[in-house]
Design a protein around this ligand. Structure first.
Ligand SMILES: [Cu+2]
Length: 340
């Protein structure tokens, strides 16, 4: 379509699996808008000439209702808009719903940088590396103001908000380096909050990961260390649910609340449970958990949530239930055995 893509780039490269779909609907909307703009402009000019006043004292003719015309210009646009709606909804669902098998990466934005954590715990700043041919899910939060994660080549964009997690997914089958922008004005150096996403062949990615030096400032405590440092483990024991619910296998499960409602233990639920434990009380327990708001950084909170996600295979009810069977028998037997 464009004969000089290098000298005169009209459009960013389409480098993700949804880019084609997004472009198609965009061009459809553009074509409809162009067609009607042109049609209306031509009619305005033509009518102005054709029905112009020809003599000083000419009087206009009375209007006749053109019923068919009226129906036509109501129904045809309606049909076109319904096509846009249905098509747009389909693309929207695809773009918004991460596939089940997506790899999970964590993103923390702050003025004015991006911090990333790989599924294996590796960390990066501003420059994210991911494997090609694999769905990548980002779980994002902000330490300060609203930022926005935008990679034009992937045609995906999502606000990154303080105080909660937002999600974004993409899959790129084209190795290369793509620019990451912060797309929400976030302060003096907003325009410098630029990074990159490098898509690598899976083999190269593995090699890159294993050769990678731990990021500077890597004295970050692990979730497991924080769990005992913050004395979570004095109440949440791996083998007893007497004082507090066991967190083993909790992630992704449904949790019954004291008020009769049911919560899904996703990232936002875990976050709320830690920062604002009084908001929803787990059925059968007293509200004795202290709040950790202001005592944990976003990073520490993330590590704790990752740790809770890692203990107990999700959805594996047999394994998750096994330690629970012994709880009544030896509640209070202290903390023997480490959390797997
Ligand atoms: Cu920003």
């Amino acid at each position: 379509m464009n004969p000089w893509p290098d000298q005169f780039p009209l459009f960013p490269e389409a480098a993700s699996t949804v880019a084609g779909e997004v472009d198609a609907i965009y061009f459809f909307g553009l074509a409809v808008a162009a067609f009607f703009s042109l049609l209306i402009a031509v009619l305005v000019l033509w009518f102005a000439v054709r029905y112009r006043r020809r003599s000083e004292d000419e009087i206009g003719r009375p209007e006749k209702a053109a019923v068919l015309l009226e129906i036509g210009w109501s129904v045809i646009p309606l049909l076109i808009l319904m096509v846009m709606f249905a098509w747009g909804a389909k693309v929207f669902y695809h773009v918004r719903r991460p596939p089940e098998n997506a790899l999970e990466y964590y993103v923390t934005a702050k003025q004015w940088m991006w911090k990333f954590q790989h599924p294996d715990g590796n960390r990066e700043i501003n420059h994210l590396h991911v494997p090609a041919g694999q769905a990548i899910k980002l779980i994002m939060t902000s330490e300060d103001v609203i930022h926005s994660f935008f990679v034009p080549e992937f045609r995906v964009k999502q606000d990154v908000l303080p105080g909660r997690y937002t999600y974004l997914w993409f899959q790129s089958d084209r190795p290369g380096r793509y620019t990451l922008f912060c797309n929400e004005y976030c302060g003096a150096e907003h325009s410098l909050m630029i990074g990159s996403v490098t898509v690598m062949e899976p083999g190269d990615y593995e090699a890159w990961l294993s050769a990678k030096e731990p990021v500077a400032g890597g004295q970050q405590l692990t979730g497991e260390e924080l769990f005992s440092l913050q004395v979570c483990d004095t109440c949440h024991k791996p083998d007893s649910a007497a004082r507090a619910p066991m967190l083993w296998g909790l992630y992704g499960e449904e949790v019954a609340m004291a008020d009769g409602s049911v919560a899904i233990a996703d990232e936002d639920y875990l976050r709320e449970s830690i920062l604002n434990p009084g908001a929803r009380i787990v059925k059968g327990y007293d509200a004795i958990m202290p709040t950790y708001a202001g005592r944990l950084s976003e990073d520490e909170l993330l590590q704790l949530i990752l740790y809770i996600k890692s203990i107990g295979p999700e959805g594996d009810a047999e394994v998750a239930a096994a330690p629970a069977a012994e709880t009544e028998a030896d509640a209070g037997s202290g903390d023997e055995g480490s959390t797997p």
